[in-house]
Ligand binder design. Structure first.
Ligand SMILES: Nc1ncnc2c1ncn2[C@@H]1O[C@H](COP(=O)(O)OP(=O)(O)OP(=O)(O)O)[C@@H](O)[C@H]1O
Length: 299
């Protein structure tokens, strides 16, 4: 089967900055894929190239077999992109905006689908409201709706839930999961890692323009350590010898990734030898955030 997205050796420079350093990525049809990475990793640049908004310096990108440069129109039609930044025409109502967007794709009688999208995104009450009179969260809902008007088989959501309330998140994820179940390929970038963990079947982590991890969510969770040891200590200073285990330091606690319960003994012994008292500890399974921090941080 043709890949939904096929990226080969993608390079992008901004002046002296090498923003994408030979990224290759193959996303199959029907996947719910998370593209994760810290600020500045290159996610938005990659999505802009995918949507034909930015030119790469090297490499190729195909959407359902169509090259995004040499076969732009076909590739664009197969793609729905929800951008990170709000971009809309303020002088039209919500419904007018969605009709105009449909028009860009040559769809004249699209109201049934527009109604369905608006219902699912809680926009029906706002159908006749001018865009400029909407709240930020409502505008974001319209952006999602705009990306879906032409029922694209491949949908890219670039941080769609940044700054939106719980109710949109829930309805958005229900709707998008339904689209995925009916065969649409979904690519999601988000800084809410629990959303990615719950929704996506495969994860790619981009760091400084390179893919540093690419696996199913389940394998990724297994790969970097099977257990997370969270400790609170007094004084709150971890001995140097234990720092390589640390994935997170927050709320006066350290999270350490370990492979076997037996390693706990060695860690406690090191604390004792350093004259440090253990205030509290918990042993749990690592989550996607722990894996992400381990793959992208330098502590
Ligand atoms: N138009 C531009 N001109 C110059 N530098 C740019 C431009 N666009 C992006 N960059 C730089 O390229 C790098 C990648 O940026 P990009 O926006 O793709 O990261 P990102 O992973 O989407 O980050 P975020 O999570 O913050 O949205 C950053 O260092 C950014 O400053």
């Amino acid at each position: 089967m043709i890949s939904a997205i096929k990226i080969e050796q993608l390079h992008k420079h901004f002046g002296g900055l090498h923003a994408l350093k030979g990224v290759s990525l193959d996303i199959a049809q029907g996947e719910f894929f998370a593209l994760l990475g810290p600020n500045g990793a290159g996610k938005t640049t990659l999505i802009s190239i995918l949507a034909g908004l930015t030119r790469a310096d090297g490499g190729t990108v195909q959407v359902m077999g169509h090259n995004v440069v040499t076969d732009y129109r076909a590739a664009r039609r197969l793609l729905g992109v929800v951008p990170q930044e709000l971009a809309y025409d303020p002088f039209f109502t919500v419904r007018e905006n969605l009709r105009i967007q449909s028009g860009y794709f040559g769809l004249r009688h699209n109201d049934d689908w527009i109604d369905e999208i608006m219902t699912n995104l809680g926009l029906m009450d706002k159908a006749t409201t001018n865009m400029r009179a909407l709240s930020g969260g409502m505008k974001r809902r319209v952006l999602v709706a705009q990306a879906l008007v032409h029922k694209p088989p491949v949908i890219v959501l670039d941080e769609p839930t940044a700054g939106v309330d719980v109710s949109l998140r829930t309805s958005l994820w229900e709707f998008v999961s339904g689209l995925n179940k009916s065969g649409h390929t979904i690519i999601l970038t988000t800084h809410y890692l629990e959303e990615a963990e719950a929704l996506c079947n495969r994860v790619g982590i981009l760091n400084q323009g390179q893919i540093v991890a690419l696996d199913t969510t389940a394998e990724l969770l297994k790969s970097s350590g099977e257990l997370k040891l969270k400790i609170q200590i007094k004084p709150n200073q971890l001995p140097l010898g234990l720092r390589s285990y640390v994935v997170k330091e927050a709320d006066d606690a350290y999270s350490l990734l370990i492979h076997k319960p037996a390693e706990v003994e060695g860690i406690l012994a090191q604390l004792r030898m350093a004259g440090i008292t253990l205030v509290d500890m918990a042993l749990t399974k690592p989550d996607l955030e722990d894996v992400f921090l381990q793959m992208t941080s330098s502590i």
